[in-house]
Design a protein around this ligand. Structure first.
Ligand code: ZN
Length: 276
């Protein structure tokens, strides 16, 4: 079987990250929206199950999926949505059908291009508003403030595709093109009319990238309301990234352990120290 229900393999870090992204006041997801994943040491990926809420996630709400068979399914033009549904099915658990999220292919597509420890996919209201607008792609062709550039890097825009096979295919192809250009995964994928995917070596990194994506969207919306965005000049940004202190900050932001309460403390003390 490609998908297995193995709650004993779900880490506390993955649960904490999922609950943190699901907190209602963050406006990243409502109801059963969104999903998270962690790469397992055996090369599979532990991804949120379909129909469960991020805010109340437990180890029971995840399914371990194999990457190779799902990529084969993606690459086969004859695959159907029914094939995908069958491949994500982990059987009946406690009288309930247990299946990996239909968006598991987004997580699998990331892992197929390069290993990533944590991935978080959400539908933040502030970002989806921009991604559902006529300015969706153009809005992200420039950075609008320096901390966004530090935390998010160069985001990857992917036009709308319906969730499931089609979305998995376009994300996989876009990530392969980015890998050919940059030799690294983006930290943020922007899905047209849909949401965001944050990719990082730690759970704290996924949390930070998601939070900064929301702030970046709010800044853009305010700048447009004030008459238009003044983008940061590309030449200044190249110099900025070359600075040792900036690359050190980027590393710091994606490292470190994550647990909900501690992360809130450390994130608030970090932002204080950043501005001292
Ligand atoms: Zn989604």
């Amino acid at each position: 079987m490609t998908a297995l229900h193995q709650p004993e393999l779900v880490s506390q870090e993955l649960i904490d990250l999922t609950r943190s992204l699901g907190r209602p006041e963050r406006n990243l997801v409502i109801l059963a929206e969104g999903n998270t994943s962690q790469r397992l040491t055996d090369g599979r990926v532990m991804v949120k199950a379909s129909g469960s809420n991020m805010a109340s996630a437990t180890a029971e709400d995840f399914v371990a999926v194999e990457i190779a068979p799902l990529i084969e399914l993606l690459e086969n033009p004859e695959s159907t949505q029914a094939d995908l549904t069958a491949a994500l099915d982990a059987g009946v658990v406690d009288d309930r059908r247990c299946r990996a999220s239909i968006e598991a292919l987004v997580h699998v597509a990331v892992q197929a291009v390069a290993p990533a420890a944590f991935v978080g996919h959400t539908h933040p209201t502030a970002v989806v508003g921009i991604l559902a607008s006529v300015h969706a792609e153009a809005a992200y062709q420039h950075w609008v403030y320096s901390d966004e550039a530090v935390v998010v890097g160069r985001p990857l825009f992917v036009p709308y595709a319906s969730p499931g096979l089609e979305l998995g295919r376009v994300v996989h192809q876009a990530l392969e093109r980015r890998w050919d250009e940059d030799g690294e995964l983006p930290q943020l994928i922007l899905l047209g009319n849909h949401g965001i995917v944050a990719i990082a070596p730690t759970a704290a990194g996924v949390d930070s990238v998601s939070a900064m994506a929301v702030k970046g969207a709010e800044v853009r919306a305010i700048a447009v309301a004030m008459g238009g965005v003044v983008p940061l000049p590309a030449s200044a940004m190249a110099k900025f990234f070359a600075r040792h202190d900036i690359s050190e900050r980027r590393d710091n932001l994606t490292q470190g352990k994550f647990s909900t309460a501690e992360a809130e403390d450390s994130l608030s003390s970090k932002s204080r120290s950043d501005h001292e």
